[in-house]
Design a binder for this molecule. Structure first.
Ligand code: GDP
Length: 555
């Protein structure tokens, strides 16, 4: 009989017998085939197609005022008294300036989001480069210039913080000129606008300039075409299931249409625009939240309307199969002699090139990228980091197995292991570290690399209860009718509230009852009623995990 070996198995086997292997990428070939199946060819947008709004990304060095500027532009919309009210943070938003619509990608302003920003540039018509007048061109300014150049999109420079006493606009212009962005006022072609995002100066002028650049760019799209777009952000929402923010690039997306986005598919159940309103359709350059996909799509995935639901599911399944086989974002060298987090310093000291193998799981693609990107920056000559696996979702038994065979440490960001995975981790002695703050995560790994890993507060899970029914008690609120599945549930103990393995709330057990009686604790195997102070968003199938913190000594 023929058996298919996963790439992991092949690599393991090859390492075992000391053979070199190279894996052939079948992905591209398959992709062409799949696109043909969807009856998609690189459609030409007719020259007489209507104009579409420009898609604009704000980039620049950290702290130069990107977030402030995006906020200010968003406020301008509200100040204009436009219907629809306050913009929701869905990943992008639109404003109207003198009758023209502008679409802004609402990227998080932190350095850690470099990857998303790079993607932003690819789905972007032009870039607003924010440079603080008191700080000038900095490393990330240059990085942003490079991203924009690579994507071949025009750059409009916003010289920000002109209200600052030490603002030096001429100096900034000189630095821009040095980088081939010669300002118009210096006889060059680069549009520069002097602004203060803080004091709301020059924002109007910036927007006017953006509409002018958009006109020159002459952007067009065919609204009658089958919709195609890009996934900007996606996550698993507690109530709504997989949610993807998509930016329509061509055509019009409508509720009810079958879609495929990377390895996920579905029928569009609802579309929600940037002001939180449900809409029936979304045309070119419009950002919308899409509900109805069967899985969390990847940020950066292309989304397209399929001819039929069956084709959508077939294409998604083929891709999903392929991604499973190749492993999302796995490094080729990940399997060669990894060290655990606790042993890494020892290996460094021995003068060996140390290799830290990691399995990284996070609640969303955005945070997964951010975590990976920040971790990457910790790499040094003598310490290499390898991602054995990166993925979105709870920490599974598969992850533990993989970590065990590759000697990897598991990093969870806003996600927790399911109970079986936790048991397996104990058995296999796989270390799981979970974090909710990126700086803490990075700090710990950095410390480990310096041999300074702080005493660890191990969080010992004391019990699990499954929510089966929800009761509303007047004046008290919602009580979770639970079945204690593991350990002991104790009143007052700390709680992580999990849905699909993702932490959606933290707090404590504020009340605990057996039938009508208040009790101090409930053992596994019994039913109980759990009240969670201010938390009311309960659903059957959720898990209440109780835990205590205990310092564990390092050896
Ligand atoms: P980002 O990291 O680029 O997103 O920067 P932020 O928008 O978070 O801004 C960083 C800091 O600079 C914040 O404290 C802002 O209030 C401040 N800031 C932003 N724009 C201006 C400005 O025009 N003038 C002054 N004085 N401060 C500003």
């Amino acid at each position: 009989a023929t058996q298919t070996l996963s790439d992991d198995m092949i690599e393991l086997f090859a390492a075992e017998i000391g053979a070199e292997i190279s894996l052939i990428e079948q992905g591209e070939e398959q992709e062409v085939e799949l696109l043909a199946l969807l009856e998609i060819d690189e459609e030409e947008i007719p020259e007489d197609a209507p104009g579409r709004p420009p898609i604009i990304t704000v980039m620049g060095h950290v702290d130069h005022g990107k977030t402030k500027l995006l906020d200010q532009i968003r406020n301008a919309k509200v100040a204009d008294g436009e219907a629809g009210g306050i913009t929701q943070h869905i990943g992008a938003y639109q404003i109207v300036k003198d009758g023209s619509v502008l679409t802004f990608i609402d990227t998080p302003g932190h350095e850690a989001f470099t990857t998303m920003r790079a993607r932003g540039a690819e789905s972007t018509d032009f870039v607003v480069l924010v440079v603080a007048a008191d700080d000038g061109v900095m490393p990330q300014t240059l990085e942003a210039i490079n991203h924009a150049r690579a994507a071949e999109v025009p750059i409009v420079v916003a010289i920000n913080k002109i209200d600052r006493e030490n603002a030096d606009i001429q100096k900034v212009m000189g630095q821009l000129a040095e980088n081939d962005l010669v300002p118009e006022s210096w006889g060059g072609e680069t549009v520069t606008v002097e602004i203060s995002a803080l004091e709301n100066l020059g924002i109007n002028e910036l927007l006017e300039n953006l509409t002018v650049v958009a006109e020159v760019e002459d952007l067009r799209a065919e609204p009658t075409a089958r919709a195609r777009g890009i996934v900007l952000e996606s996550n698993l929402d507690a109530g709504k299931g997989p949610v993807a923010t998509v930016l329509i690039q061509n055509g019009t997306l409508r509720v009810g249409e079958p879609v495929v986005a990377g390895a996920s598919w579905g029928r569009v159940r609802a579309l929600i625009n940037d002001t939180g309103d449900q809409v029936k359709e979304a045309g070119p350059s419009t950002p919308v939240q899409l509900l109805g996909l069967n899985e969390v799509a990847d940020a950066g995935d292309e989304i397209m309307v399929a001819p039929t639901e069956r084709l959508a599911s077939r294409v998604a399944e083929r891709r999903s199969h392929h991604r499973r086989q190749t492993g999302l974002g796995r490094d080729a060298h990940a399997l060669s002699g990894g060290a655990r987090l606790e042993d890494i310093f020892e290996q460094i000291q021995k003068g060996e090139a140390a290799n830290l193998n990691l399995v990284v799981k996070a609640d969303m693609h955005g945070s997964l990228e951010a975590v990976s990107e920040s971790l990457r920056k910790l790499e040094r000559e003598d310490v290499k980091l390898s991602f054995v696996h990166r993925g979105v979702g709870r920490i599974s038994e598969n992850d533990i197995q993989l970590a065990s065979t590759t000697n990897a440490t598991i990093i969870g960001f806003n996600v927790r292991p399911e109970r079986k995975a936790r048991d397996l981790a104990l058995e296999e002695q796989v270390e799981i570290r979970s974090y909710e703050v990126i700086y803490e995560l990075i700090g710990d790994i950095e410390a480990a690399m310096l041999g300074l890993l702080a005493p660890e507060y191990e969080e010992i899970v004391t019990g699990d209860a499954e929510v089966r029914e929800i009761f509303s008690v007047p004046k008290i609120g919602k009580i979770a009718g639970c079945y204690a599945t593991n350990g002991t549930i104790t009143r007052g103990s700390k709680v992580r509230f999990l849905r699909e393995g993702t932490i959606i709330w933290k707090g404590e057990v504020s009340s605990l009852k057996r039938f009508k009686e208040d009790v101090r604790e409930v053992q596994a195997g019994f039913e109980c009623g759990i009240g969670l102070s201010d938390f009311q968003d309960l659903k059957a199938g959720d898990v209440i995990e109780t835990y205590e913190e205990k310092e564990i000594a390092r050896t």
